[in-house]
Design a protein around this ligand. Structure first.
Ligand SMILES: *Cc1c(COP(=O)(O)O)cnc(C)c1O
Length: 406
């Protein structure tokens, strides 16, 4: 009989290199493979399962909405989606409107079209979008134009709307580009996710905000990975005194089901008119019902606060490890439950560490080749933090002598 891995290789296109484990079940903060082996899930399907797996409130919403209706089309009033949109607006701009999509890339596509509708309305001769080097905004062709990772975009056609790439956290070059090219908008991830978990500095974010105000540009934040409680606030920009014009969201919002979109503040909320944009499936009533359950648990049941506290404990332990093993650890970047552990190790050694952790029953992700990325559920417990830290320390102590540190 063929293994799941062999069948996968035979029948599913190989667009990523997969872990060699077939998942049979997921519960709480753990995944179980088809043989029953348990893994602590420290990347939650890449920032999707923010409440862990099979959370009772998610299952309740799934059953309740599942019995009512799964799909109706966006031609009807959709109560779960309307309620979710109202809550997203109230917890961000106060006034504004939501456009729903099925995924993050589609949220970016909608943002590109919204910026172009805005350019048409303003008639101020500005055009193009400023994005950061190593940014990730999705893989469909429009979104890919804004994704500035050569390995991701280089083999594909680039649509010809103007995009200006700048180095993250370099204020001078940002100002230079804005002065020279007169762009219409700036789009950033508050913490670059796929780009290696790189936080934007407060001064840099404030400069973006100020430039956008002075020069009448739109300020868009891609909170697809940083949003929905991941960094300790509902959205990461809320750690600062910022007021962006548009917020992109996806990943965590659907509680495990596909859902994304953007929140536009009042002055850009009516740019799309009937016929301008849309898709068959969004907003999925089922995804939206789960979205409401996610917000209930984060905002009303106190999971946002609980996640912040456990994240603090995790950060503290990682800082201790860094001091104890400076030959291995360079530092930690990110915020809350979004962490990038930087190492002095080669890409090959980081891969080895990842598979040793897998063997020990812990799932972590590696991004930008040498950064161990953690995107734990906000339901992570202190005992699980201890288990992870002890395992990590044991493995690096065993492996350390053999490593060629660079
Ligand atoms: C994952 C991600 C996207 C793309 O979302 P998909 O749902 O995979 O299309 C866009 N931006 C950021 C910051 C992301 O992390």
């Amino acid at each position: 009989m063929q293994t799941w891995q062999q069948l996968d290789q035979a029948y599913i296109m190989s667009t990523v290199s997969r872990y060699p484990i077939a998942i049979g079940k997921a519960e709480g903060n753990y995944l179980y493979d088809t043989e029953g082996k348990r893994y602590l899930d420290l990347f939650t399907g890449l920032a999707v399962n923010t409440l862990g797996h099979s959370h009772p409130r998610i299952l309740e919403a799934l059953e309740e909405q599942g019995r009512r209706f799964l799909h109706i089309s966006n031609l009807f009033l959709n109560p779960p989606a309307i309620r979710l949109a109202e809550r997203l607006v109230k917890h961000t701009f106060g006034q504004g409107k939501v456009y729903f999509s099925n995924s993050g890339a589609e949220a970016t596509e909608a943002a590109v079209k919204l910026v172009h509708k805005w350019i048409q309305r303003e008639q101020h001769g500005r055009q193009g979008i400023v994005v950061l080097k190593n940014s990730f905004h999705g893989r469909t062709l429009g979104a890919l134009r804004l994704t500035r990772q050569p390995g991701v975009y280089q083999d594909f056609p680039q649509p010809d709307f103007p995009v200006f790439e700048v180095e993250p956290n370099q204020i001078d070059s940002l100002m230079e580009v804005c002065r020279t090219h007169r762009p219409a908008a700036i789009l950033v991830e508050p913490i670059l996710g796929a780009g290696g978990v790189v936080s934007l500095e407060r001064a840099y974010l404030e400069t973006i905000e100020q430039l956008c105000k002075e020069e009448q540009m739109l300020f868009l934040v891609d909170e697809i990975q940083t949003g929905i409680g991941r960094t300790g606030k509902l959205f990461a920009y809320q750690h600062f005194a910022l007021s962006p014009d548009v917020i992109l969201f996806a990943k965590g919002i659907g509680g495990g089901l596909p859902l994304g979109g953007l929140i536009a503040s009042a002055h850009v909320a009516d740019l799309f008119q009937p016929g301008d944009h849309g898709t068959t499936f969004a907003p999925s009533p089922l995804s939206a019902a789960l979205g409401n359950a996610v917000l209930d648990v984060l905002l009303e049941d106190g999971l946002l606060e609980q996640g912040r506290q456990v994240a603090d404990a995790l950060w503290e332990e990682l800082h201790r490890l860094q001091q104890a093993h400076p030959r291995v650890f360079k530092g930690v970047d990110g915020q809350g439950m979004m962490l990038g552990i930087r190492t002095h190790l080669s890409a090959e050694h980081v891969k080895r560490l990842q598979s040793e952790l897998l063997e020990a029953g812990i799932l972590v992700n590696v991004t930008a080749k040498t950064v161990v990325r953690l995107l734990p559920p906000l339901t992570l417990t202190r005992a699980e933090v201890t288990f992870f830290i002890e395992t990590l320390e044991r493995l690096i102590t065993q492996m350390e002598p053999a490593w060629e540190v660079n």
